[in-house]
Design a protein around this ligand. Structure first.
Ligand SMILES: *Cc1c(COP(=O)(O)O)cnc(C)c1O
Length: 398
């Protein structure tokens, strides 16, 4: 037995902190770097720190786990650069703060996710960045907003909107943005890079709420944005300054989710399509919103933009309003009521009392959110079992 040189408290403090030896092997799955700070051999090394040097100092600026995740999303999106943040809303905040200041305007789809809508109309507006709300499926209205003086600093759109699954014509909107010199920023959370890659159409930035399909297992929180290096660099600065870094555990869990993304999206799309077709033919259902259905007003556009499938998100109007929804939730066995989306299991939510709660009636009408509207996130189960559960829950009471 070798006699330790240091005292016990010193040995306890330093235990397990040896640097990794040069090794012939590597961990097959990426490791997590949870350390909040990095140690340097020489004082002068701090002065020579550059992003290219691949050195790290303090967690809020980024860790190797975040760098691995950012490199992974760059590969999936075909992007120059990427940045991770604490949440989807943190990357949206960073993007707008990187591009706009007090006195500026941004153009936002009025069908944007509720959190994005509130961020823009309550918080960014309070900082002097005025959101101009448009219907992104109305090209003339978008163009009118883009040509206002002063010129808006960004056009923010969603690839597939929540909850009524409107399809943004991403190539056309990117062309419009380019023509008027306004960067187009795309929330592709509902699509994921397995189904749509907006940078290829000329978007300046694409982002995702990691809690949804990228993480995919309802365990990781975060936001990931990818796009033009200058914009991403400016966003990173905002994230560092405002303190919006992602937790390393969340970045690591996201990394573990990414390899199965294409497999999961294929299964989500298959279940989504099958469930949408079943619901569309069901007498208890008034209307189904799913871009993969021929009845969807933008079905042709969806087929062109989403050749690999339209994903797992759909919505439907249930006859009988709130009482019918309450009964559906109580009778479902396999399908859980859970106000988020993109889990591997099928879930439903009720926008009228969750994401859109308390909005004025006229706004709800514009957004198509009625008392019978249910949003469904199709999982990766065998579609037959999800359909059987919905069938028993929708069957008339004897
Ligand atoms: C959930 C969600 C967001 C917000 O992301 P957070 O990670 O919850 O901040 C933004 N856009 C869409 C489409 C979402 O579904």
């Amino acid at each position: 037995m070798t006699e330790p040189v240091e005292n016990f408290a010193t040995r306890a403090a330093h235990a397990g902190r040896a640097p990794l030896p040069e090794s012939l092997s590597r961990p097959l799955t990426p490791p997590i770097y949870q350390s909040t700070v990095y140690a340097f051999a020489r004082l002068d090394d701090l002065d020579t720190l550059t992003p290219e040097a691949q050195s790290y100092t303090y967690y809020r600026y980024g860790t190797p786990t975040h760098a691995a995740l950012e490199a992974a999303i760059c590969a999936l999106e075909g992007a120059e650069a990427a940045v991770a943040a604490a949440s989807g809303l943190a990357v949206i905040s960073a993007a707008v703060l990187a591009l706009a200041a007090a006195g500026d305007t941004i153009v936002l789809d009025r069908h944007a996710y509720g959190g994005t809508y509130t961020l823009a109309t309550a918080e960014l507006a309070r900082l002097g960045i005025e959101p101009l709300l448009v219907d992104a499926t109305d090209a003339a209205a978008v163009e009118q907003a883009l040509t206002r003086a002063p010129r808006p600093k960004a056009l923010l759109i969603e690839a597939l909107t929540n909850p009524t699954l409107r399809v943004a014509d991403v190539p056309a909107l990117c062309a419009l943005g380019r023509r008027h010199g306004v960067p187009v920023l795309v929330d592709a959370t509902f699509a994921s890079p397995a189904l749509l890659r907006p940078l290829a159409y000329g978007a300046s930035l694409v982002w995702h709420s990691v809690a949804k399909y990228l993480g995919g297992h309802s365990a990781a929180m975060g936001g990931l944005a990818a796009g033009e290096a200058a914009l991403v660099g400016a966003m990173h600065e905002k994230i560092v300054r405002f303190g919006g870094c992602q937790g390393a555990m969340d970045a690591w869990l996201t990394l573990l989710g990414l390899p199965t993304l294409p497999l999961r999206m294929a299964a989500h799309s298959r279940t989504g399509q099958a469930v949408a077709e079943f619901l569309a033919a069901h007498p208890a259902i008034e209307h189904v919103y799913y871009p993969g259905l021929a009845s969807h007003p933008q079905h042709a556009l969806a087929r062109a933009l989403y050749p690999a499938g339209c994903g797992g998100m759909l919505a439907f109007d249930l006859r009988g309003g709130e009482d019918a929804v309450r009964q559906l939730v109580a009778r479902l066995r396999l399908v859980a009521f859970a106000p988020s989306l993109a889990d591997v299991t099928t879930t439903i939510t009720y926008p009228y009392v969750t994401s859109h709660h308390g909005l004025p009636e006229d706004v709800l009408r514009t957004l198509g959110v009625g008392t019978g509207l249910v949003r469904l996130s199709a999982g990766i189960e065998d579609p037959a079992d999800v359909i059987a559960d919905l069938a028993q829950a929708l069957a008339p009471l004897d």
